[in-house]
Design a protein around this ligand. Structure first.
Ligand SMILES: Nc1nc2c(ncn2[C@@H]2O[C@H](COP(=O)(O)OP(=O)(O)OP(=O)(O)O)[C@@H](O)[C@H]2O)c(=O)[nH]1
Length: 201
């Protein structure tokens, strides 16, 4: 079996968008109505993604406001993939996403960072403030995948969103592994050619 791959996934977004509810729904398939506002919690989850064993470390971050950018910086340094969550009934939470993504890119550059955009609380359709099209447009701007869901009733693609962001990381590792193998094969070939040249001269 392939070597286990560790992925550190940070779930980011404004306070109250449903980060804890989503993590709990993903891990337990249940919904709990009230949580203490998160300080921060980390979970480990073993998964098989595209036949690869993966250990996901999931950080349920404390909801950030624009004034908490120092705290957010710590989360960004910790994570290597990011789930960017907004509440489809809270326009401000959606408007903050671009700023969070910009901060991630700034801190992680020149690395290419894998993110997924996730709109939560679609069960509250009567209170919707962010349309599906708005979400799709932002995802195109940010260059990431987009999902909508409800942690409350389990509608939408919660597991897909969590796995998708890890899948990208796996692809990147596989590509790096291939590049390393190619470069060591090249070294062996070069050494062999050198030897042949010496013998024949
Ligand atoms: N109707 C509905 N309510 C939700 C959903 N997800 C979360 N909630 C509710 O929204 C509130 C906030 O959810 P949390 O999971 O604590 O949100 P959070 O983003 O972790 O908040 P912080 O820990 O403060 O950052 C709670 O009352 C949840 O019950 C959802 O999909 N639908």
């Amino acid at each position: 079996m392939a070597k286990n791959c560790d992925v550190k996934l940070a779930v980011m977004g404004r306070a109250g968008v449903g980060k804890s509810a989503l993590v709990v729904r993903f891990l337990t398939k249940r919904f709990i109505w009230e949580y203490d506002p998160t300080l921060e919690s980390t979970y480990r989850h073993q998964a098989i993604i595209d036949e690869e064993p993966v250990t996901m470390e999931i950080l349920d971050t404390a909801g950030q406001t624009q004034d908490d950018s120092g705290q957010r910086e710590g989360y960004v340094r910790w994570g290597d993939t990011f789930l960017l969550v907004y509440d489809t009934t809270d326009r401000c939470s959606f408007d903050e996403i671009a700023q969070i993504k910009a901060q991630i890119d700034e801190i992680k550059k020149p690395q290419i960072v894998h993110t997924v955009l996730l709109g939560n609380k679609i069960d509250l359709d009567h209170a919707r403030q962010v349309s599906v099209e708005d979400g799709e447009r932002l995802a195109v701007e940010l260059g990431c995948a987009f999902f909508e869901c409800s942690a409350c009733n389990g509608d939408g693609c919660i597991s897909d969103a969590f796995y998708d962001v890890c899948r990208e990381k796996l692809r990147q590792r596989a590509a790096q592994g291939k590049a390393r193998r190619r470069s060591s094969t090249t070294h062996v070939k070069q050494a062999f050619n050198k030897m042949l040249t010496k013998i024949s001269s």
